[in-house]
Design a protein around this ligand. Structure first.
Ligand code: X90
Length: 278
């Protein structure tokens, strides 16, 4: 079967030839454009961001970006960041309309993940596993839609400056995390919006609180993906806490790419995990 999995770059994944194609978002920092593809030097982007006072913003993939990611596959599984915060899902939808005209008979499954980052990785890995086991595309798509009801995203942010400056979070919420040493813990709500869970002082307390929130959301020791922005230490401590509470937990640690680094900012953690159905 000839299938292609495609995702926008907010999933923090790199392309894998013949299997996973990535439609990049873009980050504009004081007139300079960073394309969030596999050639992006994320550390350089973060450094440039830190030393510029100018306006910085982001842009979702264009319809053409999506079309080139779809390639020429018979079946396309397409994953986007929540449509509540980005135009990516809409651009993918328009790309699908065009693809249907230029590639009659092909099938494009669109998943507005109502989330981003590591939760998208969980969905994509599950899709690959099902297809590799020989599950039909149609069944895979419906199994992924039910899996999506169980996967969750929690994040802890030390600054919400870029989210607030770009109108992605209310200034009131952003202000909560503006004090030094305070992290805001939040989640992707069922509607795909940023929802605040708590405010914490100190890294250790923040990590413990994250584990607590994960349990509240039904985590019982399944798969976890932690993506960090320059916070390897926090990510490994969180993995250790999870292993203490759930010895059989499967925890993968990764790094945020351009888009998530821009919004999660230095010190940010994003945690995708298997929870309970809500
Ligand atoms: O289209 C665009 O320009 C992209 C806009 C993306 C805006 C939000 C990205 C957030 C990334 C921050 C924590 C996770 C929040 C998720 C809430 C659903 C990382």
């Amino acid at each position: 079967m000839n299938y292609q999995i495609v995702s926008d770059s907010s999933a923090n994944l790199l392309p894998q030839s013949g299997r996973l194609a990535i439609a990049p978002l873009k980050i504009m920092v004081s007139g300079r454009e960073f394309v969030d593809d596999d050639t992006l030097d994320v550390n350089e982007m973060i450094d440039v961001l830190r030393y510029t006072q100018g306006k910085s913003t982001t842009a979702c993939p264009s319809i053409a970006d999506w079309l080139s990611a779809f390639g020429n596959a018979e079946f396309v599984f397409c994953f986007t960041i929540t449509s509540r915060l980005s135009g990516s899902a809409n651009a993918a939808r328009l790309a699908r309309e065009e693809y249907r005209v230029t590639h009659p008979g092909r099938k494009v499954y669109l998943f507005d993940t109502l989330s981003t980052g590591p939760e998208m990785r969980l969905l994509i890995e599950r899709t690959v596993a099902l297809l590799e086991c020989g599950v039909s595309p149609e069944d895979t798509a419906s199994l992924i839609r039910s899996y999506m009801r169980r996967t969750k995203l929690i994040f802890s942010l030390k600054s919400l400056k870029n989210l607030a400056n770009n109108g992605r979070v209310s200034p009131i919420i952003a202000k909560l995390a503006s004090a030094l040493g305070v992290s805001l813990i939040g989640r992707a709500s069922q509607k795909g919006e940023l929802a605040q869970l708590s405010k914490c002082r100190g890294e250790r307390r923040t990590l413990e609180k994250i584990v607590l929130h994960m349990k509240e959301l039904g985590y019982t020791g399944g798969r976890v993906v932690i993506d960090h922005c320059r916070n390897e230490e926090g990510a490994s401590q969180l993995a250790a806490l999870l292993h203490t509470a759930f010895p059989a937990a499967s925890v993968h640690i990764g790094q945020t790419r351009g888009l998530c680094s821009f919004y999660a900012e230095s010190g940010g953690l994003m945690i995708g995990f298997e929870g309970g159905e809500e």
